[in-house]
Design a protein around this ligand. Structure first.
Ligand code: ATP
Ligand code: MG
Length: 423
């Protein structure tokens, strides 16, 4: 029997794993500066939470959900996204209570599951970093969250970034627009793709972001959602833009962008890379305002705004940027050992250097000095310490800078007293 990983999953092996940590830590640091707090929530929930929360007509629920019955006949699902669970936890734990600072600003990082056709940047188990803000309708929240997403990508050195924004207006605005869209599309019904024909009455807005070229031609002349915004929604969207401008965050308004989930209203956005390695899945991050979801899940009236960022897609882009991870595995020092007698002293030197903040590896398998030097080189060590019996006797060890070949004698005592500075 030969075991294989499940299609659409990936092993993030050592080496890759370090890259993930590096990125996650960097992003967490930014999140901390923006005062977002981390939540860690269950990976499976009641099926109904997603069906109602994310919406029955969304692709995620209607086609992509990993749902199952457990041994107690409960209908459960592996989470396809993080917002529904976060809202459930918010309501269940009464995080809206007066003891909590408002608005509440949370983030999470973890695996999500969707039954999709696997390809580059599209997996069945993948990871998202998500952000949710509860309790404010202020346009400054919309702008802050979009800025945060933008700054996170920027801080990783991603170029070719585009921030696309749009407004879906209020529920009432959307009902009117929906009808206008159906009226416009119905005469073209026969020319629409099968997917779009199905969507026309269930979720006509989704026809707007169809990837079918024929659909796109028809949709190009469709009514513009921004012409259907109420005064309040138009004003809100105007303010969001004003703040983005004040912050010098470049954006483009894309009236045909609608996003795949049902719970959004007013501002929605996507961060997209114009670099073509991700193919059709060039969206790194998507999100928007969802002012009704908390109530739908049984909580008090609570406006909210959030996004989810796909970490696999981020990693693909960073792997492409050649030198992004260049220094990740670089060692400060490698400790070479000659002879079994120095085994313990080499351990002491290694630990003392590590305790002083150096990143150090040592020889463990007793190879010839030449092979050990080759390892030090391969591991990109800045310095090599050579420990032999002579060093034991004299208490002085040779420290060699590999790049320049420059060598200096160092007292073991100085290493043990942490007097050796790294520069
Ligand atoms: P797409 O149109 O690419 O399917 P989506 O609208 O389904 O995206 P969201 O539900 O908004 O995506 O999820 C936010 C982000 O999560 C996406 O922009 C993407 O970076 C990432 N993502 C979504 N689905 C997958 C997947 N199957 N594999 C890897 N990343 C994904
Ligand atoms: Mg999708």
């Amino acid at each position: 029997m030969k075991y294989q990983k499940i299609r659409g999953t990936a092993d993030i092996l050592p080496n890759e794993g370090e890259k993930w940590s590096l990125i996650e830590n960097k992003l967490k640091e930014i999140l901390m500066h923006y005062y977002y707090q981390e939540a860690r929530l269950p990976i499976f929930e009641q099926f109904e939470l997603f069906a109602r929360g994310v919406g029955e007509t969304s692709d995620i629920v209607s086609k992509e959900m990993y749902d199952f019955y457990d041994k107690g006949e409960r209908h459960l699902a592996l989470r396809p996204e993080g917002t529904a669970g976060m809202v459930r936890a918010y309501v269940e734990n009464k995080l809206y209570g007066p003891e909590h600072h408002k608005p509440q600003k949370y983030f999470y990082i973890g695996p999500m599951f969707r039954f999709e056709r696997p390809q580059n940047g599209r997996m069945r188990q993948f990871h998202q970093l998500g952000v949710e803000v509860f309790g404010s309708k202020n346009a400054a929240v919309d702008a802050e969250v979009m800025t945060l997403a933008y700054v996170m990508c920027q801080s990783l050195g991603l170029k070719d970034l585009k921030l696309y924004i749009n407004s879906l207006g209020s529920n009432e605005d959307r009902i009117q627009y929906r009808q206008a869209l159906i009226d416009f599309l119905t005469p073209h019904f026969a020319e629409l793709s099968k997917d779009s024909q199905e969507r026309l009455h269930k979720n006509p807005l989704r026809v707007l972001d169809s990837k079918d070229p024929q659909d796109q031609k028809i949709v190009a002349a469709a009514p513009n959602i921004l012409d259907y915004l109420s005064e309040e929604s138009a004003q809100h969207f105007g303010q969001v833009q004003e703040i983005l401008q004040a912050l010098n965050i470049p954006y483009e308004i894309v009236p045909s962008m609608v996003r795949g989930l049902d719970y959004y209203n007013d501002t929605i956005f996507e961060l997209v890379t114009t670099c073509d390695i991700l193919g059709a899945g060039s969206t790194i991050c998507g999100g928007g305002r969802y002012d009704q979801l908390v109530e739908e899940v049984g909580g008090p009236e609570t406006p909210a705004f959030g996004f989810a960022m796909g970490l696999e897609r981020l990693m693909i882009l960073l792997d492409e940027a050649d030198d992004y991870f260049a220094n990740l595995h670089k060692l400060d020092a490698y400790v070479i050992t000659i002879g079994q007698a120095v085994n313990a002293e080499a351990a002491k030197v290694t630990k003392a250097l590590r305790d002083s903040g150096w990143k150090v590896e040592r020889e463990f398998i007793g190879r010839k000095p030449g092979s050990q030097f080759k390892s030090a080189d391969k591991l990109n060590a800045s310095y090599v310490f050579t420990m032999g019996e002579n060093e034991l006797e004299t208490g002085i060890v040779n420290m060699k800078h590999l790049e320049t070949g420059h060598e200096v004698p160092v007292k073991l005592e100085d290493i043990y007293n942490f007097k050796l500075n790294l520069n």
